[in-house]
Design a binder for this molecule. Sequence first.
Ligand code: GRA
Length: 383
Amino acid sequence: MDFELSEELAAARDLARDFAEKEIAPTAAKDDRDRAFRGDLVRKMGELGFYGSVIPETYGGNGLGFLAMVLITEEVARAHSAMRVAINMQIGPALTLLQFGTEEQKKKWIPPLLQGDTIGCFAITEPDAGSDVAGMRTTAAQAGTDYLVNGTKLWISNGPVTTGGLLYVYTDRAQKHRGMTAFYADFSQAGVSRRPLDMLGAHCSPLAELTFENFRIPAANRLGNEGDGFKICMWQLNQTRLNCAAGALGLARAAKEAAISYANQRQQFGQKIGEFQMNQDLIAQMVVHEEAARLLVYRAAWLADQKRPNNLETSIAKYTAAEAAAFAADAAMKILGAYGYSTEFPVERYYRDAKSYQIVEGSSNVQKMIIAQDALGYRKANR
Ligand code: GRA
């Protein structure tokens, strides 16, 4: 077992840290307030190869691997968690195309996603289908060489701005999850209307409701066969969950750093508040949860790099990191008091953004369900 990062990985992490500190962090508070979608930063991250680590050079990537992806994501999320979502929106579709696309589909759609020329997304969730993916209702009916899509997707990250990404629908609802089909869709085409949604946090990651009315997708945009969609979706979620886990880790770290820095400056009752044992308890727990999450996230990424099954390990990592982020943001706010609650300081943003990690990409309860059902022998997670 080797806990040392290779020079290559350390360099990828350092590049991301440098970029995040110089280009993302300085405007994070303003961007959050303005609810800005930073397309310029999305493109810059593409130019720096942040989306290409999990894609081979043939399709425009750099092949550094999943460990590089989580190291980069952690650094970006530490500076501004919502900007981490942008990474996932590019990587999620690119990886899924790599796994399930034809040669032609990969060559056509992966490179623009890696460059940030296409603004990616993946549309799974619906008003009545969140944790229960198979409960979706959107359908695609074949019409000549095209499909016509009708239905509504909800809470779609990048929904207001996406130009291309994954769309999961039913081509045969009677067959339940075996009738689901995955497409790569060009969302700049007519037939889709977007209603932007305002959320508690992650303001720079815009969300929308997407309504499809006879939205036309060429059959050539189908991934795999009709009926392959549910398995493709579960595969995709396992990859994008890992990115979320890394983002939560970065946010947990940012909250811990803010708490430590403040505890070392703030004086009350004639001493630094870090000297009080109740604050030490919070800081110790922040450190421990973050370190545990880091090892679990890196292990899941390492397994992915070895091309070994890692659904269980990714769920464990995502659950632990999401809870660590929520704990750290809450603890930091307790330590900073009114300075934490104030919108003039970043901790309130961490607090708002942290909650998203317990909800997205399979809620904490969905992760626990996957973990417990595996442990109990009901449903193997790694299948
Ligand atoms: O036996 P079979 O042939 O019918 O196949 C079953 C099973 O083997 C079938 O699917 C297969 N399957 C898988 N195959 C490969 C299930 N899981 C996998 C897998 N991982 N790999 C049906 O299986 P099932 O277990 O009966 O499915 P289910 O009970 O309907 O659902 C399972 C589960 C609850 C885990 C699933 O629906 C799930 O993961 N739900 C959570 C949804 C989620 O994560 N949504 C995320 C939305 S996107 C988002 O949040 C964007 C955030 C962006 C960001 O912040 O980055």
